[in-house]
Ligand binder design. Structure first.
Ligand code: ATP
Length: 352
C-alpha cells in the first residue's frame, strides 16, 4: 500500500552544516494495517511521515502509495493523490473561526461538493467520531480529545485510503489518549483504512499497531510485528522502549547498586522476555534442574499485545561470571530474549 524505497532527506541550513534527517530508509506498509514508527526525539519521525504525502520531498529515493509513485508526479496530479491521504496532527490544526461542522466540511468545500452531499457526509463522520452533539460548537469550546476527534473526522472527509497520524495523542492525557487510539483502531477495522502513525511512546505502539519500525539517527534499525518486537527486541533502543511500558524495571535500591563490570563471586542481573505466560518460569525451573543454578526472581509480570500474552522476568544469577555465562547460553537456547542489566555483590541477594 505504501512503499518507501531507499529514501533519504537532507536539510540544508543557511550557513550551517547539512542535517541528514533520514538516510536510506526502506519501508513497506501493507493495505489495512496499522503501522507505527517509533524513535527518540530527532530520529526523523516527523520527516518520515511528511514524506508519505510529500509534504516534504525526499532528497533521494521514491515514495509509492496505492501503486502510484508520488515522487514521479507533477504538482497538479500530486494534489489529487494527496486527497486520498488524510492526516491528523499533534496540535489538531483546526480553524478557530469555524464550528465543528465547518471544520469537517472544509475539505469537501475545497473539493467542490454540493451543500447537501457535504452536510450528509459531515453528519455521518461526526457520528462515527462521537461528536454529533458538538456539531455547532467552536474549537475553543472543546476538550483536547474532542478536538482530535474533529481532526479525525476532517481527515476522513475525502474518504482517504490512508490516514497519517503525526504524534496525534502526544498532547493528550493518558485516558483521552486511550479513547483516541480506540477510535483509530475502530476506523481501521470498520473502514479498512491503512494507518501510519509516528510516536515516541511505546504504549501507543502496544495499544493498536500491528507492525512497527524503530527509527534512530534517521535510519530504520528494526522492523517487526509488534508482538515480536516485544518478545524478541534486537537492539538496545528497542529493548529500552519495551521496558518503558512493561514496567519491568529493577527495584530502585538494587538499580542504584548495579555495576557494569562483572564481580567475582557476585550476581548477574538479567531481564528475560518471552512469548506466552509460562516460558519464563519454566526456563528458570530447567535452569535449576539441568545446571543446578538457583536464580532469584526480582520482578515478574505478564502482559499482552492485542490479546497475545508475553512475560517479563528480572532474575539474578549467583556464582559470578563463571555461572552466568552457561546460564545465559542455556536460556538463550530456550529462545528467551535476554538482556544483562548489570552485576551486584552477592550479599545483595536478600534485598531482591
Ligand atoms: N525544516 C528543517 N530544517 C532543518 N532541519 C530540520 C528540518 N526538519 C527537521 N530537521 C532536522 O532533522 C532531524 C529529524 O527531525 P524530525 O523532526 O523528523 O525528528 P523527530 O523524530 O520527529 O523528532 P521529535 O520527536 O523531536 O519531533 C533533526 O535533527 C531536525 O533538527
Amino acid at each position: 500500500m505504501i512503499r518507501l524505497d531507499s529514501v533519504s532527506k537532507t536539510f540544508n541550513r543557511a550557513g550551517q552544516a547539512q542535517v541528514a534527517a533520514l538516510a536510506d530508509v526502506s519501508l513497506t506498509v501493507e493495505r489495512g494495517e496499522i503501522f507505527g514508527v517509533i524513535g527518540p526525539s530527532g530520529a526523523g519521525k516527523s520527516t518520515l511521515i511528511r514524506l508519505v504525502n510529500l509534504l516534504e520531498r525526499p532528497t533521494a529515493g521514491t515514495v509509492t502509495v496505492d501503486g502510484t509513485e508520488l515522487t514521479a508526479l507533477p504538482e497538479s496530479a500530486l494534489r489529487a493523490e494527496r486527497r486520498k491521504i488524510g492526516m491528523i496532527f499533534q496540535h489538531f490544526a483546526l480553524l478557530s473561526s469555524r464550528t465543528v461542522f465547518g471544520n469537517v466540511a472544509l475539505p469537501l468545500e475545497l473539493a467542490g461538493l454540493d451543500r447537501r452531499t457535504i452536510a450528509a457526509r459531515v453528519d455521518r463522520l461526526l457520528e462515527l467520531v462521537g461528536l454529533t452533539d458538538k456539531r455547532d460548537r467552536y474549537p475553543a469550546e472543546l476538550s483536547g480529545g474532542q478536538k482530535q476527534r474533529v481532526g479525525i473526522a476532517r481527515a476522513l472527509a475525502n474518504e482517504p485510503n490512508v490516514l497519517l497520524c503525526d504524534e496525534a495523542t502526544s498532547a493528550l492525557d493518558p485516558e483521552t489518549t486511550a479513547s483516541i487510539l480506540q477510535l483509530l483502531a475502530k476506523i481501521n477495522r470498520e473502514l479498512g483504512l491503512t494507518i501510519v502513525l509516528i510516536t515516541h511512546e511505546m504504549a501507543v505502539i502496544k495499544a493498536i499497531c500491528h507492525r512497527v519500525a524503530v527509527l534512530e539517527h534517521g535510519r530504520v534499525i528494526e522492523q517487526a510485528r509488534v508482538f515480536d518486537l516485544f518478545t524478541r527486541p534486537q537492539t538496545a533502543t528497542s529493548r529500552a522502549f519495551v521496558a518503558s511500558v512493561t514496567g519491568a524495571e529493577l527495584p530502585g535500591d538494587l538499580a542504584a547498586k548495579l555495576s557494569e563490570a562483572p564481580l567475582a563471586g557476585g550476581e548477574t542481573v538479567l531481564r528475560l522476555v518471552f512469548a506466552g505466560s509460562q516460558a519464563g518460569t519454566t526456563a528458570i525451573g530447567q535452569l535449576a534442574r539441568r545446571l543446578g543454578v538457583d536464580a532469584a526472581l526480582l520482578h515478574g509480570r505478564v502482559d499482552s499485545v492485542q490479546g497475545a500474552p508475553f512475560g517479563t522476568l528480572i532474575v539474578s544469577i549467583p556464582g559470578g561470571p563463571e555461572t552466568a555465562r552457561p546460564a545465559i547460553d542455556f536460556l538463550t537456547s530456550l529462545k528467551l530474549s535476554i538482556e544483562v542489566l548489570g552485576h551486584v555483590p552477592a550479599t545483595l541477594r536478600a534485598v531482591g
